[in-house]
Design a protein around this ligand. Structure first.
Ligand SMILES: [Zn+2]
Length: 488
């Protein structure tokens, strides 16, 4: 869901830069003076979730600098009577658990997963109505980097688990409940969820991980565009980064182009890759998603979605029309960089590299994908190197006690909503646990308008104060029903 805004300063003249700075300072000043905006000093007057999020956002935990935010959050958990265990602490990362019972109790554990890190503000502070690390509370929202991804969710989880402390003390509950806060999600999770899943799985004893993933959105059902649809992530595509390198010993002067030279050959190969329509593959998680959505669609569309062989046979145009839908039914390769050694405009470089961000559907092996990629590029001289890749774990079936409890909890708070399983087009920390065979679902348990969704990783990220409360309710219903041994 990474989105970045165009960086304008480089293109600005000095005069425009001055104006931008002035406008930014004015914006900051207005934000500080805004009658409805609260800073840290007045946070005590706010509802508790908003007050805590206000403070948490002010700790700018861009990946690699999560520790201060982690120490703050674990301190809040201790203050609420949770059993905190710091799993790892380093200058560039921090991972901890906060549980109803100590991990040593060895109870089967429900893990609520969140990440401490946020993406940087990519030079666009001037586009923010309130400064990105202010946590300003204004217009019924908490504003700032991480409000949606993923600090708001952490505060909801914390308060939902803390609400059960008394119950856990009074009764010997069948499950432990643990909030797990980790580092480095935004860069792949090697120092966070990856490390925790590799080293602490036995100690955690997880029976379910519930992390980020889908959320409530509208506009999904063509037959009922206003109806809220909550997507619970059951699987995700897995990313592999590939570097292509080509060296062609050619003449060097740009005035007489040789028949073959490095850039020409690379561009031609990439052209073959990008010009072809990728094959449509309906993976098992995608089929489950379409079938569930089809139950709420009318007409031919509904019939085709409920019978996915029809969708595959006749739905090519529909499946390729929207980039998001296409990404859910194809293996994708996006060209993210093409580069040469730095030379003059009249010099022909003999080396060229390109990087591809590739996303593989569940069921596609890295080996088969790379074979197909090589064939499609159609140039044996191009070297392919996998820079990073993930193990694939089994997807988590959308059935049984935990899935039903989560669906019912969403419907308790959002009675008219539809709840469906979804395949997630990107990857997040849930994959580290699925790779170890741990069932994992992904849901930010609140409704988001398209406008709010667009703020994730972008400017003016914010979360409605009311949504913090409704998210806590969803977690609360879910946990209480599980602890009571009932899925509804
Ligand atoms: Zn996130």
């Amino acid at each position: 869901m990474c989105r970045t805004l165009a960086l304008t300063p480089a293109a600005l003249t000095q005069g425009k830069e001055d104006m931008t700075r002035t406008l930014f300072l004015l914006t900051c000043l207005l934000a500080a003076c805004h009658p409805a905006a609260f800073s840290q000093g007045s946070a005590a007057k706010l509802p508790e979730p908003a007050a805590l999020l206000n403070q948490y956002i002010q700790l700018a935990s861009v990946t690699g600098s999560e520790k201060e935010a982690g120490v703050f959050l674990s301190g809040l958990c201790r203050g609420k009577g949770l059993h905190v265990k710091v799993l790892s602490s380093a200058p560039d990362s921090y991972n901890f658990t906060a549980s109803l019972y100590p991990l040593e109790s060895r109870k089967p554990n429900i893990i609520l997963l969140n990440h401490l890190d946020v993406v940087p503000v990519a030079g666009n502070s001037a586009d923010w109505l309130y400064p990105p690390f202010s946590g300003a509370v204004a217009d019924g929202m908490v504003w700032g980097r991480g409000a949606l991804d993923n600090k708001g969710m952490a505060i909801m989880q914390l308060l939902a688990v803390a609400d059960l402390v008394g119950l856990a003390a009074a009764r010997d509950l069948p499950y432990n409940v643990t909030m797990l806060s980790v580092s480095s999600e935004e860069t792949g999770g090697a120092l966070g969820a990856g490390l925790v899943a590799d080293r602490y799985l036995g100690e955690l004893n997880p029976v379910l991980v519930l992390g980020e993933g889908g959320s409530g959105v509208s506009g999904v059902l063509k037959s009922a565009p206003d109806r809220q649809v909550f997507g619970i992530e059951i699987a995700q595509k897995r990313g592999i980064r590939v570097r292509l390198s080509l060296r062609v010993a050619s003449a060097g002067h740009g005035s007489v182009p040789p028949h073959d030279y490095a850039n020409k050959a690379m561009v031609a190969a990439l052209g073959r890759l990008l010009d072809r329509d990728p094959d449509i593959k309906l993976s098992d998680p995608a089929k489950l998603m379409f079938e569930a959505l089809g139950k709420h669609e009318s007409g031919l569309r509904g019939v085709a979605m409920r019978h996915t062989w029809l969708l595959k046979l006749f739905g090519g145009r529909y499946l390729r029309q929207e980039p998001l839908i296409q990404a859910l039914v194809t293996n994708t390769a996006t060209v993210t960089n093409i580069s040469n050694p730095r030379l003059g405009v009249n010099q022909i470089p003999q080396r060229v590299t390109a990087t591809l961000d590739c996303r593989l559907l569940p069921g596609t092996t890295q080996r088969s994908f790379m074979r197909k990629l090589r064939n499609t590029l159609g140039n044996k001289e191009i070297e392919l190197e996998v820079l990073s890749g993930f193990e694939e774990g089994p997807f988590t079936k959308p059935e049984g006690f935990f899935f039903n409890a989560l669906s019912h909890a969403v419907k308790r708070v959002h009675p008219d909503a539809v709840v469906v399983p979804i395949l997630f087009p990107a990857s997040n920390d849930n994959s580290h646990f699925r790779a170890h065979g741990v069932p994992a679902y992904g849901l930010l348990p609140l409704y988001l308008t398209e406008e709010l969704l667009r703020t994730i990783h972008s400017s003016n990220e914010r979360i409605p104060v009311a949504s913090l409360e409704s998210g806590i309710s969803v977690y609360g219903h879910f946990l209480r029903s599980i602890l009571a041994g009932k899925s509804e």
